[in-house]
Design a protein around this ligand. Structure first.
Ligand code: OAD
Length: 239
């Protein structure tokens, strides 16, 4: 029944957008942040994912990110990533906004991807504007070829704002949207968690896909309890 309702919303939408989180990549073997086996249960964000942590101990921070990069660079897109790429190919999904710092949406074939929290494929200079693409995780402390300062992972850390141009793009897409699919996010990290409300406030619909309830569940028009790969697979079949 929920699948039928979700399919109806997807088919009727003129501008459908998706907001994804770590749950979409969980099926590719990438750990999520919260929950029983979540990264933030095993590691302390204030020691690894803040500008202060990097200033204090860049070796530790890079070691942790290099470990995450090695998992992510070796992972392959899941059924959920592939299904979302298919929805875009079919012309049904107009943009995909992700909190994920992996590149699995792109590797699955999604074209219009907005990375709210940055990307682990990018290292950027901590002093100048130099940015570089990482094919491999760095094995030693990476330095900027322009100014010799330390490079840092190209992600948004706790205590940092989202890049304004990226946030603006996401808001623009959602302001045009009459439906948004919220897939695999605990919806607790702001401002990402509130973005679907832009659609709701404009009279649009929210379809949530998550094995668990989230703070967005009460606002969702359809909330489907299940794994992203299974649910999106069923939705694609029913379209
Ligand atoms: P979380 O780890 O907070 O939440 C993952 C969500 O995925 C949970 O709600 C799970 O129930 C759900 N989930 C687990 N397996 C799933 C599956 N197979 N299919 C669908 N859903 C599944 O991850 P995010 O919400 O993405 O920030 O976290 C948001 C931000 O917090 C991250 O971007 C990161 C973190 O600190 C930065 O890196 C800046």
């Amino acid at each position: 029944m929920d699948i039928t309702n979700a399919v109806k919303i997807i088919k009727e939408a003129k501008h459908l957008t998706a907001l994804t989180g770590a749950g979409v990549s969980a099926e590719s073997g990438i750990p999520t942040f919260r929950g029983k086996n979540g990264l933030w249960n095993k590691f302390r964000p204030e020691e690894l994912a803040t500008p202060e942590a990097f200033a204090r101990n860049p070796e530790l921070v890079w070691k942790w990110y290099a470990w995450r990069m090695s998992i992510i660079f070796n992972a392959t897109p899941s059924r959920a990533h592939l299904a979302l790429a298919k929805l875009e190919e079919l012309g049904l999904l107009k943009a995909l906004i992700t909190q994920n710092v992996d590149d699995l949406h792109e590797r699955a074939g999604s074209k219009k991807v907005i990375h709210l929290h940055g990307s682990l494929r990018i290292a950027k200079c901590s002093s100048c504007s130099h940015v570089e693409y990482l094919k491999e995780p760095p094995h030693t402390l990476p330095k900027c070829p322009e100014c010799s300062s330390l490079l840092r992972p190209g992600v948004v850390w706790f205590g940092e704002s989202l890049p304004l141009d990226i946030l603006r793009k996401a808001v623009e897409e959602l302001s045009k949207s009459d439906a948004v699919m919220v897939v695999g996010t605990s919806a607790v990290v702001q401002p990402a968690a509130s973005l679907p409300l832009i659609v709701k406030e404009n009279g649009g619909k929210i379809v949530e896909i998550n094995p668990e309830r989230t703070p967005l569940t009460a606002m969702a028009d359809v909330s489907i309890r299940g794994k992203a790969g299974d649910v999106l697979g069923k939705i694609l079949k029913a379209l």
